[in-house]
Design a protein around this ligand. Structure first.
Ligand code: PLP
Length: 397
């Protein structure tokens, strides 16, 4: 009899033969700049823990204290019996931090996008999405019953064209949602959210920004992309983000009007039907906001190191693409070269993974580095020296 699961092994072997399978690395100990991966001591240069908060003593203490006072689980989904005082406090603190009327915490950023996007638009409506948006937006868009259109990456003239064409059709779309990443995770460039918001306003469209890589990084004290552009709050209707990156913990969130938040938690199935965060997670997220508000040195250090790293790498002759943030791609050409560079710097003691086709164009394979505020000056020099050595050996510079 034919094995109904035969495709599992077959498809995996095809991926592996094309060298497209994930070879999982094991981190032994905390996610810190000096860490151990697969038994090998390395400098971590590709974590999303931008500010080192996942090891901050105030976050660790808050988590431990929450376990002592409230246990390890919430016991339910939030709409039934799992809405703890800590969840409500976190949302109040986040809204204040963002300068928004209200905030709502989801289990993850992925759950926020997958749960909310398909509720904001329906049949007869339209979503217009940047061509390089994150996979969780793409899945959220696929769950929506609306029409979909894509505009060229970061190109507001093309966005305008797409909106004009849609309005020229009969019947014209009902609601329109324009959606973009704030910082694009493969290139580190910043969406022109000021111009996107202006074009959207001209067409009566809603604006949704996924600021997963902007929070804790951009704007006043790491308040994110809306703060970065000094945009009035009513210009960006959904500001979505995550506690899993610069905040150093885990959890998704949205901020906006009170109407948005009440709508979102009554309608998003990922929120309604999935257990709420354990108290330790929520307490650590509250402590992360405390740290951002009271210790501005982390964001300042992140940018200082980012500027120094980019300048040194550009001086060495590396192609850093269009990055304007701590995400710094080192673009080397084909996939094999990117893999070789990654393997060589790993041997020398630096960890950054290659990003290759199909995640990026065939001739734009890269190592994606992410700067981290917890690096010492010596760590930074070591990272640069390692790229210099490996880059010269492989004749990239
Ligand atoms: C990481 C990321 C997400 C997902 O966030 P999680 O909280 O980790 O699920 C969503 N959008 C973007 C742009 C991201 O980079």
């Amino acid at each position: 009899m034919r094995d109904p699961t035969g495709f599992l092994g077959e498809e995996y072997r095809q991926l592996a033969a094309a060298d497209l399978d994930w070879k999982l690395r094991q981190l032994e100990g905390p996610s810190a700049p000096r860490c151990t991966i697969d038994g090998h001591p390395v400098l971590m240069l590709c974590s999303n823990n931008y500010l080192g908060l996942s090891n901050h003593p105030r976050l660790k203490e808050a988590a431990i204290e929450a376990v002592r006072t409230r246990g390890v689980g919430s016991g339910s989904v939030r709409p039934i019996a799992g809405n703890m005082d800590l969840h409500v406090e976190l949302e109040k603190r986040l809204a204040r931090f963002k300068g928004a009327e209200a905030s709502l915490v989801f289990q993850t950023g992925f759950a926020a996008n997958a749960g909310l996007i398909p509720q904001l638009v329906g049949e007869g409506d339209l979503i217009v999405s940047d061509e390089l948006n994150h996979g969780s937006i793409i899945d959220g868009v696929r769950l929506a019953r609306s029409e979909r259109a894509v505009y060229r990456h970061g190109d507001t003239d093309d966005l305008e064209r797409v909106l004009r064409e849609a309005e020229g059709r009969a019947p014209a779309p009902g609601r329109i949602l324009v959606i973009t990443d704030g910082v694009f995770s493969m290139d580190g460039d910043i969406a022109p959210l000021d111009r996107i918001a202006a074009v959207a306003a001209d067409h009566g469209a809603m604006v949704y920004v996924d600021d997963a890589h902007g929070e804790g990084v951009l704007g006043e004290g790491g308040r994110g992309i809306v703060s970065h552009y000094h945009l009035p709050r009513d210009r960006v209707h959904v500001e979505m983000g995550t506690f899993s990156k610069a905040f150093g913990v885990v959890g998704g969130h949205i901020s906006g009007s009170s109407d948005l938040v009440r709508f979102a938690y009554n309608k998003s199935r990922t929120w309604l039907l999935s257990g709420s965060h354990p108290p330790a997670v929520v307490a650590a997220c509250i402590a992360a906001i405390d740290v951002l508000e009271s210790e501005p040195k982390h964001v300042a250090r992140l940018w200082e190191l980012t500027r120094r790293f980019k300048r040194a790498m550009a001086d060495l002759g590396f192609d850093l693409g269009s990055s304007a943030t701590p995400i710094t791609p080192v673009i080397v050409g084909d996939s094999a070269t990117a893999r070789k560079l990654s393997d060589r710097i790993f041997e020398l003691g630096v960890f950054a993974l290659p990003i290759v086709f199909p995640m990026v164009a065939k001739d734009k394979a890269r190592l994606r580095t992410i700067m981290n505020a917890a690096l010492t000056d010596d760590d930074l020099e070591f990272a640069i020296a390692t790229f210099r050595k490996a880059g010269r050996e492989l004749r990239l510079i």
